[in-house]
Design a binder for this molecule. Structure first.
Ligand code: FAD
Ligand code: SF4
Length: 512
């Protein structure tokens, strides 16, 4: 009657119904394996965060009286693959049942289907699949919701979610009569004194870093081995949420799109890792924030709260739906047929473009960049420079602490690179220096001049922006949201010189 239940590294959901009661016939399996440490070149902080969170979860289960088998990366009997470890344990312990939670990645889905086949047909072990009890929608919900429609409009989905979960609602209507406050949330940060230190949990991780490297895992990025500071337990995740509500929420929306060279986090929550490994659930975050706001309406306005809730109830859930509606084909879409390699400075930050330098250096330093840095600095540049979406995906999947394919690839290939030809977004997110300057203080101290389109010091974004439109005219000019750009381009007197400048930059993209 013995059952083995698998817990993947991103399934650390303490409130899962599996854990309600301890049962001596049920053993939980958590494993650190090279297969996961190596499927892309991860940031060292990402690997450390996963392993620490998994270890804490294993301890939590043991304290609750559950049987747990925990494989450390350097355990001798660890075969380093999911399949082999499970098969070995089934044989050693005579498990007759194997149960697992629905994984969030296509890659793991496939591995587990193969394993199921082997367990059921070769070994007579019965296999059961259960929900991960984390998301607010089922895998196939979005596809059904938009059945017969050409595109999946996030806003439509988001409004349905607000109504379904009764969040910021007054009966069937949005609480304040307005669904979306995006237009009010576009300020530049002018006063750095407003900035608040992030909530951190410094821990020594020297031994773990040594262990990861001694097993031969190659990683990118930096780590402070004496003060690793991301939340890696449920308690810490809840503390980050509380801290966010108390110190940051009242300015979240206002500065959501702002970028500032002295600070990577600004008023963002830093909750993505905690959410993505399920230490905390989207519904509890949304409900906590909504409730906090009800008690603090005199100091926090609705635009801040709506802006935040939309990210989780809307975007996060929506991206998951897109992933399962479109995979596996999504992973090879390349609408613009981009082929270029990513310049070396994406791994060093050594570029004269100040905006990119800060976004990349910050990412290497903290395994984090906020949404607008990812979308309008690094992503924008990669799209303008014609980088192969495979290269783009691998960079994002490796460098960010929160990068798990379902939420990385939909943002990268979809929202940022428009490689899906318009499944996620209605037009490509590209901009010249104008937008970056409007939202940041990067341009002020840049080698390049934000107002120049041609010449030695011309900001590369300015000419690459027009080159992008010119080279993709056939693909984009019919898009009603883009027509204006083509009308402007047609009227530009210096268009030839600008396009020439762009070609010059594209020819030496590694040296910018
Ligand atoms: P906050 O700004 O405080 O937002 C709160 C939460 O909302 C986040 O924790 C996240 O769970 C959710 N959220 C916000 N925007 C999005 C979005 N576009 N899609 C899904 N969820 C969202 N997010 C990831 O979790 N993993 C990724 O690998 C990832 N890759 C990205 C790649 C690109 C090119 C872009 C443009 C965005 C990516 N995002 C990704 C979305 C977003 O940038 C991060 O979720 C966010 O920066 C995390 O920081 P935070 O927790 O402080 O977010
Ligand atoms: Fe970036 Fe151009 Fe501004 Fe420099 S001038 S920071 S390259 S947008």
């Amino acid at each position: 009657k013995k059952t083995l239940r698998l817990i993947l590294g991103d399934q650390l959901n303490a409130n899962h119904s599996w854990f309600e009661e301890a049962d001596s016939n049920v053993t939980y399996l958590i494993m650190e394996i090279m297969q996961e440490a190596e499927y892309t070149n991860h940031h060292i902080q990402k690997v450390v965060a996963f392993f620490l969170a998994m270890r804490n979860f294993g301890e939590f289960l043991k304290e609750k009286g559950h049987e747990v088998i925990y494989f450390h990366l350097d355990d001798d009997e660890n075969t380093q693959t999911l399949k082999e470890n499970v098969l070995m344990l089934v044989e050693q312990h005579d498990f007759v049942r194997f149960e697992y939670q629905l994984p969030d990645e296509y890659r793991l889905d496939q591995i587990l289907l193969e394993l199921t086949e082997k367990l059921e047909s070769d070994l007579g072990v019965s296999v059961k699949l259960v929900d991960s009890e984390h998301f607010l929608t089922e895998r196939g919900f979005l596809k059904d919701f938009f059945k017969g429609k050409k595109t999946y409009l996030m806003e439509t989905f988001y409004r349905a979610m607000r109504a379904k979960y009764n969040v910021l609602m007054d009966g069937k209507e949005p609480l304040t009569g307005k669904w979306n406050y995006d237009h009010e949330n576009r300020n530049k940060l002018k006063d750095p004194l407003l900035l608040v230190q992030p909530k951190t949990f410094p821990k020594a991780v020297k031994e773990m870093v040594k262990m990861i490297h001694s097993k031969g895992a190659t990683t990118i990025g930096e780590i402070d081995e004496n003060a690793f500071d991301w939340p890696v337990s449920r308690e810490e995740s809840l503390e980050v949420l509380r801290y966010f509500c108390e110190k940051l929420l009242f300015r979240f929306g206002e500065y959501q799109d702002a970028m500032y060279d002295g600070d990577s986090f600004l008023f963002h929550s830093r909750l993505s890792f905690a959410l993505n490994v399920k230490m905390i659930s989207p519904l509890e975050v949304v409900e906590y924030v909504e409730k906090y706001w009800y008690g603090h309406q005199d100091t926090i306005d609705i635009a801040q709260v709506e802006g935040f809730i939309r990210q989780i109830l809307g975007w996060r859930e929506y991206m998951r739906g897109v992933y399962w509606a479109e995979m596996p084909d999504f992973a090879s879409l390349n609408f613009f047929e981009h082929q270029e390699k990513l310049p070396a400075y994406f791994w060093t930050g050594k570029t004269k473009m100040n905006c990119l330098k800060h976004a990349i250096e910050g990412s290497l330093k903290s395994a984090y960049a906020h949404h607008i840095q990812r979308l309008m600095v690094t992503g924008n540049f990669m799209l303008l420079a014609g980088i192969d979406p495979d290269e783009v995906d691998q960079w994002y999947l490796g460098i960010y602490i929160d990068a798990i394919e379902w939420v990385e690839i939909t943002n990268t290939r979809g929202m940022s690179q428009f490689a899906d030809g318009g499944i996620v977004g209605t037009k490509p997110y590209v901009s010249s220096a104008n937008y970056i300057d409007k939202m940041s203080n990067y341009c002020e101290s840049c080698f390049y001049k934000k107002n120049l389109k041609v010449g030695d010091r011309a900001c590369p974004f300015n000419s690459l922006y027009w080159h992008f439109y010119a080279r993709n005219e056939e693909k984009l000019s019919k898009n009603p949201r883009i027509g204006m750009a083509y009308r402007t381009l047609a009227k530009m007197k210096d268009a030839d010189a600008i396009l020439k400048q762009a070609e010059f930059y594209l020819g030496q993209i590694d040296k910018l």
